[in-house]
Ligand binder design. Structure first.
Ligand SMILES: Cc1cc2nc3c(=O)[nH]c(=O)nc-3n(C[C@H](O)[C@H](O)[C@H](O)COP(=O)(O)OP(=O)(O)OC[C@H]3O[C@@H](n4cnc5c(N)ncnc54)[C@H](O)[C@@H]3O)c2cc1C
Length: 364
């Protein structure tokens, strides 16, 4: 269920599943948006579809039966899932790689002109919206507010600044959240990062957005900010579907799995990527962990089919993440180290294109 990173990589090794006697079926939306390039799409650095993969074609050339759609319910005691269309699909083993959603306890995403950072297609929609406004002669740079001051919020604010500047020659972007000083970056790199963003005119505010109305949004402290579009980058939590699954979940609604990637509440259900968290090895929701889990998931499934015991998956505690700053530079973060510059963005593009090219070989 779900064509996240790990399941896409399983498609490249579908032969090994078949040889183990496993008949794999994939239930997922027909398109997959790859997150590494999502901000490149938003900034306009790459084409709007540059990060999109055709899941149906990938499954087709891997010889895996594909059902387009989303699961609406997991009926674990009956070993079946119900699709959004009400169809019941039985399983012996269920593997979940269904990603995450934006934390939105106030349901801000329901309002017009609000763009949650997930699903990623909403960022592509925002780019198209801004390009359309510009083409229609909207005179001033729209007031854009990004809620959330984690790495994702900073990255989105920086690339929106670049997009506005490209379209209007100037920008009006405000980043609002509890940590406008970018506490996730070591002190030395932080000063340079913030100085660079301040020079580009990005406004940083401490606070939380609690309501929106046409043309403005309100902060918890009562202040109103001009806002033509609001982006929610308020953190990632487990998919809503899991809430009714009966599976053990962590406080963020991610299913708790063992180092064997199996749910702590149901031996027949595996979980990888953002939707799962490994007990004792909790990591933030990042694509890299789904990618790294893929060979372990394959081995675990083969073991279930009578293969040799699988090794446990112990996610690395230090990992590389690179933010696209929209101005041709990137910020590479690795443990407490940070490095900013063009080389960081070059490396990010190389890594992201590596994944996409690997999958595109199956698309043709
Ligand atoms: C703006 C932004 C930029 C990011 N940049 C990076 C980055 O550069 N590097 C990085 O490592 N991480 C990045 N992340 C985090 C990254 O998006 C996630 O960690 C990553 O996508 C999780 O991968 P996954 O394989 O778990 O699931 P996903 O990539 O989210 O894939 C899950 C798939 O399951 C499908 N699905 C969902 N629900 C169902 C259902 N009910 N039934 C069937 N299918 C379903 C979805 O449509 C989707 O195709 C970024 C996140 C954001 C918001």
């Amino acid at each position: 269920m779900g064509a996240g990173h790990a399941h896409l990589l399983l498609m490249t090794r579908a032969d090994e599943l078949r040889r183990a006697g496993i008949e794999a079926r994939l239930l997922a939306p027909p398109g997959f948006d790859y997150s590494g390039l999502a901000t490149g799409v938003l900034s306009g650095a790459v084409s709007p579809l540059a990060n999109r993969l055709d899941v149906a074609r990938i499954a087709g050339s891997a010889g895996v039966a594909f059902r387009a759609g989303e699961a609406a319910r997991i009926l674990a005691p009956d070993r079946c899932v119900e699709t959004g269309e009400g169809e019941i699909l039985d399983y012996d083993i269920l593997s979940l790689n269904i990603g995450s959603r934006i934390r939105d306890p106030l349901s801000l995403a329901q309002a017009a002109d609000v763009y949650p950072a997930k699903p990623l297609s909403s960022l592509a929609r925002l780019r198209v919206r801004l390009e359309t406004l510009c083409a229609e002669g909207w005179a001033r740079a729209p007031a854009l507010v990004v809620a959330g001051t984690g790495p994702g919020g900073f990255e989105i604010a920086a690339v929106l600044e670049a997009l506005s500047r490209r379209l209007w020659g100037r920008s009006n972007v405000t980043l609002v959240g509890p940590d406008p000083e970018a506490g996730f970056v070591s002190a030395r790199a932080r000063d340079r990062l913030l100085a660079g963003l301040d020079r580009r005119g990005l406004v940083r505010r401490r606070g939380r957005v609690c309501a929106t109305s046409p043309g403005s949004c309100r902060l918890e402290a009562g202040e109103e900010l001009a806002c033509d579009a609001l982006v929610l980058a308020t953190g990632l939590v487990g998919p809503e579907l899991l809430l009714s699954s009966g599976l053990p979940l962590d406080p963020d609604g991610r299913m708790i799995v063992s180092t064997g990637l199996v749910s702590m509440g149901d031996e027949q259900i595996f979980g990888v990527g953002d939707c799962a968290v490994i007990e004792g090895h909790e990591r933030p929701p990042l694509g890299v962990f789904g990618v790294r889990a893929a060979p372990f998931l394959l081995a675990a499934l083969q073991a279930r089919a009578g293969g040799p015991p699988a090794r446990p998956y112990l996610p690395q505690s230090r990992y590389l993440s690179i933010l696209d700053l929209g101005d041709g530079s990137g910020l590479a973060l690795y443990g407490s180290h940070a490095r900013r510059g063009r080389a960081a963005l070059w490396l990010k593009r190389r890594l992201d294109e590596g994944f996409l090219n690997r999958m595109r070989r199956l698309e043709s």
